[in-house]
Design a protein around this ligand. Structure first.
Ligand SMILES: [Zn+2]
Ligand SMILES: [Zn+2]
Length: 130
């Protein structure tokens, strides 16, 4: 699958049975419909507060269909998210998925964020920031 941001070929990384399409070139990640919920809450339903608000037409194309994605942010976050209008999934730029995971409450969220950072190779950056 092609990266919607930089058009390089994405790699599939598996995390607890969930297939994440990760772009090693720009660090972004594509989540198919339901995967965000599975990742953060263990359920495919869209997590509370994670519906796209004030979405506007974006420039990037959905990697699953020819449509251009909408861009906006979740009502509980300021992170910009691109979403396919045909609901194929969402696109998050480098570090945004871990930031979303981190913003969830509880020790479970901490663990998910930590695993994702390791999976995406974001650990070094995180360490040097401390
Ligand atoms: Zn990319
Ligand atoms: Zn689509």
């Amino acid at each position: 699958m092609q990266c919607p941001a930089c058009e390089k070929v994405m790699l599939i990384l598996e995390y607890q049975g969930i297939e994440l399409d990760h772009c090693p070139a720009c660090g972004g990640v594509w989540l198919d419909a339901g995967e965000l919920g599975l990742l953060l809450t263990g359920r495919p339903e869209t997590p509370a507060g994670m519906t796209l608000k004030n979405a506007r037409a974006g420039a990037r194309r959905c990697p699953r269909c020819p449509r251009k994605m909408d861009t906006g942010h979740f009502d509980n976050s300021t992170i910009e998210v691109d979403a396919c209008p045909a609901r194929h999934g969402i696109w998050l730029d480098r570090g945004e998925l871990t930031a979303l995971a981190q913003a969830q409450r509880g020790p479970e969220a901490e663990a998910v964020a930590r695993h994702l950072r390791a999976l995406f190779g974001e650990e070094q950056k995180q360490r040097s920031e401390k």
